[in-house]
Design a binder for this molecule. Structure first.
Ligand SMILES: CC(C)(COP(=O)(O)OP(=O)(O)OC[C@H]1O[C@@H](n2cnc3c(N)ncnc32)[C@H](O)[C@@H]1OP(=O)(O)O)[C@@H](O)C(=O)NCCC(=O)NCCS
Length: 168
């Protein structure tokens, strides 16, 4: 378990011992810090880091979480304010572009992204987090306490997804 040090928007980080005993760090990051992992892990069909920018990246309500191991970014997630009409919750956020470097999968870095974001979302009085979950990631989100709503649907180029959500 990591220890949250601060959760206001000025200083946001937490530390946890990584497997080698060196400190891993989780924090709010800038949108541009997400691009390299987005390209490597999520959107290999794109040709450049610039193409990995999302139109919602720099909206005032959007935030990005990153985990660093030995000063290298190893896991990311982007959280944006977006209502989904399938849910009745008043203040919803959507998770997009969640990824962990293939070098460090299964070391709980993805979990650290989600745990850190959930604290931030609680501070923002968000009551539901949802995402389009890739088929390969359904088990991860289930482990994180997300539920599935409905059947598979296809997102062009990427593949099969299910709508998943977690009440906060
Ligand atoms: C899905 C992904 C982000 C998980 O990241 P990760 O850092 O490897 O996950 P963690 O190590 O934090 O895993 C947390 C828990 O979920 C489990 N888990 C992780 N991925 C899983 C999967 N695909 N299926 C089932 N369980 C999974 C872990 O075993 C761990 O369980 P434990 O607490 O019982 O040990 C990562 O595999 C990834 O980047 N995949 C490719 C991109 C992708 O599909 N992103 C999601 C887009 S919707």
């Amino acid at each position: 378990m990591f220890k949250m040090k601060e959760l206001n928007t000025n200083i946001q980080y937490a530390t946890t011992p990584s497997e080698e005993g060196k400190a891993a760090r989780v924090s709010i990051i800038s949108s541009s810090e997400t691009y390299s992992l987005r390209l490597e892990v999520l959107w290999q069909h794109k040709n450049s880091l610039e193409e990995c920018k999302l139109d919602i990246d720099d909206m005032s309500t959007t935030f990005h979480v990153g985990v660093f191991k030995d000063n290298e970014i190893v896991a990311i997630g982007t959280f944006l304010q977006q209502q989904n009409e399938k849910f009745d919750a008043k203040n919803q956020y959507r998770l997009r572009a969640m990824a962990t470097s293939p070098k460090v999968r299964g070391e709980n870095f993805g979990k650290q992204v989600i745990d850190f974001a959930l604290e931030e979302l609680k501070n923002r009085k968000v009551d539901l987090l949802w995402c389009d979950a890739r088929k390969v990631a359904l088990g991860f989100y289930e482990k994180m306490g997300f539920n599935i709503l409905g059947d598979f649907y296809e997102i062009p180029i990427i593949g099969k997804h299910k709508l998943m959500y977690k009440r906060i």
